[in-house]
Each structure stands twice: as C-alpha cells, then as structure tokens.
Write a protein of this length. Sequence first.
Length: 202
Amino acid sequence: MTVPRVASTSSAATRLEIALIAAVCAALCIVLGWTSRTALNPDGVSYLDIAARFSAGDWSGAVQGYWSPLYPLLLAVLGTATGATGATLLGQVHFLNVGIALGIVALLWRMARVHGDPIVARALFAAFLLASARTPRLDAVTPDLLLIGAVLGLGGELLRGAGSRWYALGAWFGVIFLTKTSSWPWLLVTVTLLTIAGDRAM
C-alpha cells in the first residue's frame, strides 16, 4: 500500500524561522572555517600525506587499512586542480571543509522546509552543530564533515524510499564506508535492521 504524501502546511513565519536558522548556521561555519584556516591537527598531517601519494600516483601507498581513502582523494583532486602546496593548500582544504559544511546546511534546510515544523528544524541544526560534541570540526583536516553529509544523505534516502531502493542505499553505504572505514559495524547493524523491517512488511 502506498502511503500518501502529506503536503507541507508550514506558515510564512515558520519558513522564515527555518531560513534564519540555516543562515546563522551557515555564517557560523564560514566564521569557523576562516578563523581556523591555518590550523593543522595530527590526523590532518596523515590525510595530507595520503593525498600527496594519490597525487603522485602511488596508489599502493595511499590505499591501506587504517586511513579512509575518500577524503584524502578529494584533497588530492583539490591540490592537483589548484597546484597549491604547503600553507596555501592547507587554507584551500579548510575552504573545502566550509563548502562541505554549507552543503550540509543546505540539505538540512531542505529537509526542514519539507517537514514544515520549526521544532524539527531546530533539532536538525542543533544536532549538526553538536554532532562532534562541540561546534563542527572546521578547524580539523578530517573527514568528519564529509561523514556527517553522507549519513545525512543515507537518512534522506531512508525517508524518501523507506529502505526499499537497495541500489541507492548501497551507494550511500559505500560512500560512508570509504569516508570512514571504521563505520562498518554501524552499517552492518543498519543493514540488519532494514532486512528485518523489510521481512515484517512483507
């Protein structure tokens, strides 16, 4: 049985509140990215080193069992495209993180508008801002923001497709795993729960 979609009944005031929350959140991400544009954490050194290996074509040295490959691959593409190195590349990496964060804000804004409830909007943006037990990790060269975006994409697919579109779910699972390989136990739990839910719905 197909569940009918409920049209959004959000008022103009609600849409304005959601837009303001998103704007404040986006501004915070930009400020955090700018103020931390020269910061480099210990893990960031490793990700930049792996990115350099990707850029040099040393795939055997870049792909290994500890560091996840997707984020340093993006850094390698960025460095190759701009030709930047050193502190200049580090600043560009932080701006890339800001771009990822703004993409997350846009997705949250869209989800909040579709739902039409300001309480849900506040919860969504609060969860994003506190996902790292602090403000978003725009000061760190890590795949944390990319992981949040991928998990958000998976959540959106579960809401839209109710877990029935396995090809789309598999794609999101792959992105999440390549972003953070240590996420595989949670992915396994998710697959198990989706399988059980699918069996009960039949």
